[in-house]
Design a protein around this ligand. Structure first.
Ligand code: AKG
Ligand code: FE2
Length: 298
C-alpha cells in the first residue's frame, strides 16, 4: 500500500510518534500478549541452540544472532506487521520514500559475560548524508526481561536527527528495562547498543528494522524469502520483503512489479511497464507533447 493512503491512526499513535520525533525513541508496553511472545521464542530455541557464537567486536563473541525470522516462526509476522508499529514507521520514514521495506529481522542472544556493545547508529551502515532525513526505524522486541544487569538495550538520549552530527562523547545512556510484550522503538539516527550482561542468564531479543524503500537493505530479503517462500505471505508482507516496486521502476523484475513471481503461470516474456512518480510522469508527458508539437510524433 502506498503511504499516501494513510489508514486511521491506532491507539497510542500520537504519544509514540511525538516521543520518537522529540526523543528518538519510545517504549510501548503491552503491544502483544506474553503467550504470543512465548510461542515465538519457543520456535527460536532450537535455532539458537544450533547457531554458533558471533565473531567480531561489533557483534560480540558472547552473542548469537540469526536472521530470516519470518521463515523461522509463523508467529513473527504479527510482530513485523503490528498496526501501531506500521503507523509509526510510515510516519517517520514516509516523507522520504514511496514505500517502506524490511531492513532486517534478527534474533539476538546476549550471553553471560558479554561486554557493553560499541555505541552506534544503525543508519551509519549507509554512507550518505546524515541529519536531514531518517533512513530507518528499529524495533527491539524483548523475548526475555531486559534489565540493567542482563544487558538491556542502552539508548543515548539527545543523539538523534540533527544531533547525530554533533561530535560529542556518547554521554550517560538510559537503560531500556522492559519485559516481553513491550516494543522498544528507536530511530536509525539514535545512538544505542546492547548493555553488558553481568548475570548468569541469557538475554534474548528480536530486532525488526524497517527502512526507506529505495535503500539496499542490511539483510538481503529476496534471498531470505525467495518467491517460493514469499508466495505464502500475505501481499502486504510480501511487499515489505521486496515484492513491490518503488517508483521509479526500482526493484522491478523484467520491467514489472516483482510480485508477478508470486503468482502462477508467469509469462516467459514480459513487456516492461513504466512505474513513475507523478512528477516524472508529468515531465515525460510534457516532453512527449513538445516532441509531437515539433512534428516529431514518433
Ligand atoms: O541487542 C541489543 O540490545 C542491540 C543490538 C544492536 O543494536 C545491534 O546489534 O545493532
Ligand atoms: Fe544497533
Amino acid at each position: 500500500m502506498d503511504i499516501d493512503a494513510i489508514p486511521p491512526r491506532p491507539d497510542g499513535f500520537d504519544a509514540a510518534s511525538d516521543a520518537l520525533r522529540n526523543q528518538g525513541w519510545c517504549l510501548l508496553p503491552g503491544m502483544l500478549p506474553k503467550e504470543q511472545v512465548a510461542a515465538l521464542t519457543a520456535d527460536f530455541d532450537p535455532v539458537f541452540e544450533a547457531t554458533p557464537f558471533c565473531e567480531g567486536d561489533f557483534y560480540g563473541g558472547r552473542t548469537k544472532r540469526f536472521g530470516g525470522l519470518l521463515k523461522r516462526s509463523r508467529h513473527t509476522a504479527a510482530f513485523v506487521q503490528h498496526p501501531l508499529i506500521k503507523a509509526l514507521v510510515d510516519d517517520a520514514l514516509g516523507p522520504w520514500c514511496d514505500t517502506i521495506q524490511l531492513n532486517l529481522t534478527q534474533a539476538i542472544e546476549i550471553h553471560p559475560g558479554a561486554p557493553l556493545q560499541f555505541p552506534h547508529r544503525d543508519q551509519d551502515m549507509w554512507p550518505a548524508p546524515k541529519g536531514e532525513l531518517e533512513y530507518l526505524v528499529n524495533v527491539m522486541w524483548p523475548l526475555t526481561s531486559f534489565t540493567r544487569a542482563n544487558g538491556a538495550t542502552l539508548i543515548y538520549p539527545g543523539t538523534h536527527g540533527r544531533l547525530a552530527l554533533v561530535d560529542e562523547g556518547p554521554g550517560e545512556p538510559l537503560v531500556a528495562s522492559c519485559c516481553p510484550g513491550t516494543a522498544l522503538v528507536f530511530l536509525g539516527s539514535t545512538l544505542h547498543g546492547a548493555g553488558a550482561n553481568l548475570t548468569i542468564e541469557t538475554r534474548r531479543g528480536m530486532i525488526v528494522s524497517y527502512c526507506l524503500g529505495w535503500l539496499k537493505p542490511y539483510e538481503n530479503q529476496w534471498l531470505a524469502y525467495p518467491p517460493s517462500v514469499a508466495r505464502t505471505f500475505d501481499p502486504e508482507l510480501a511487499g515489505l520483503v521486496g515484492y513491490r516496486q518503488h517508483r521509479p521502476n526500482l526493484g522491478n523484475y523484467e520491467g514489472v512489479c516483482p510480485s508477478i513471481l508470486l503468482g502462477d503461470d508467469i509469462p516467459t516474456h514480459l513487456g516492461a511497464v513504466d512505474a513513475l512518480r507523478p512528477d516524472q510522469r508529468e515531465a515525460v508527458a510534457a516532453h512527449r507533447q513538445a516532441q509531437s508539437g515539433n512534428g516529431d510524433g514518433a
